[in-house]
Design a binder for this molecule. Sequence first.
Ligand SMILES: NC(=O)c1ccc[n+]([C@@H]2O[C@H](COP(=O)([O-])OP(=O)(O)OC[C@H]3O[C@@H](n4cnc5c(N)ncnc54)[C@H](OP(=O)(O)O)[C@@H]3O)[C@@H](O)[C@H]2O)c1
Length: 276
Amino acid sequence: MTVPAIALNNGTAIPQLGLGTASLDDEQIEPVIVTAVELGYRHFDTAAKYGNEIGVGRGIRASGLPREQLFITTKLDGPYQGDDRAIAGLDACLDRLGLDYVDLLLMHWPLPQRGLFVDTWRTFEKLAESGKARAIGVSNFQPAHLRTLSAQTSVVPAVNQIQLSPQHPRLDHREYDARHGIVTESWSPLGGGGSGLLEDAIIARLARSHGRTPAQIVLRWHVQNGLVAIPRSHAAERLRQNLDVFDFELDEQEMLALARLDGTAGPGVDSDVTGH
Ligand SMILES: NC(=O)c1ccc[n+]([C@@H]2O[C@H](COP(=O)([O-])OP(=O)(O)OC[C@H]3O[C@@H](n4cnc5c(N)ncnc54)[C@H](OP(=O)(O)O)[C@@H]3O)[C@@H](O)[C@H]2O)c1
């Protein structure tokens, strides 16, 4: 299975579908990465906060795939903001991963109440120049945060990774990102488990009519919206089905039907008040 790639504004490209790794520890994630690579995954999303970069790195090495065929994202959260802390922070991530560089480094949360994200972004610009982060981006940034960044810095984030699914389509964020050449990446693309998304009746109907699973219908919605998605699963069969979404299409009426899910799981995460 070959996953299409989406061009980033720094000249590189990101596989449109990757594997999320949150809440799987080092021991759990290592074999999952090996299975995922066998199934065709090339893009893996981790974070300093997840505490599993050692396992992700072990899985990558065990897979035997050349480094240049993989796309690895990590993120630095609040403790690494300000005072060039991200430099030592990324070095520690690379040590744990056993890598010389990451393909994408994200600022995990804006934490606007601390007022450090612009200063942190300047450090990220240095890390991009050093080559230790091929591309730099942000996560959980709202248009207002991106406007602040753009007024005071010169490098446009390559990616904005935000909570996004049919239940939280975040059209305003996507529109801002698209207008500024920022690729939008969906976290909790399946609703994160427990949101009821995969049990929704509209999705069940579409799944039946396409002979697909609810997760495949939802992931196809991300793909057709031009989003990058990083569903997480620890189970081989689900890993396989989550990647197998590039050979069918939802028509306009079906996409409109999915738009009715907007707001069915509450307001979603507000990064003005939430983050770590
Ligand atoms: N930047 C941020 O602030 C942020 C925040 C949250 C998450 N993320 C990233 O986004 C990734 C994905 O988000 P997420 O992990 O919250 O949630 P998700 O990928 O939307 O959903 C994961 C849940 O869906 C289940 N699942 C996966 N495939 C399935 C399938 N085909 N059928 C039925 N159930 C399925 C998984 O269970 P099984 O394992 O049992 O299959 C798990 O419970 C994370 O792992 C992380 O890398 C980033």
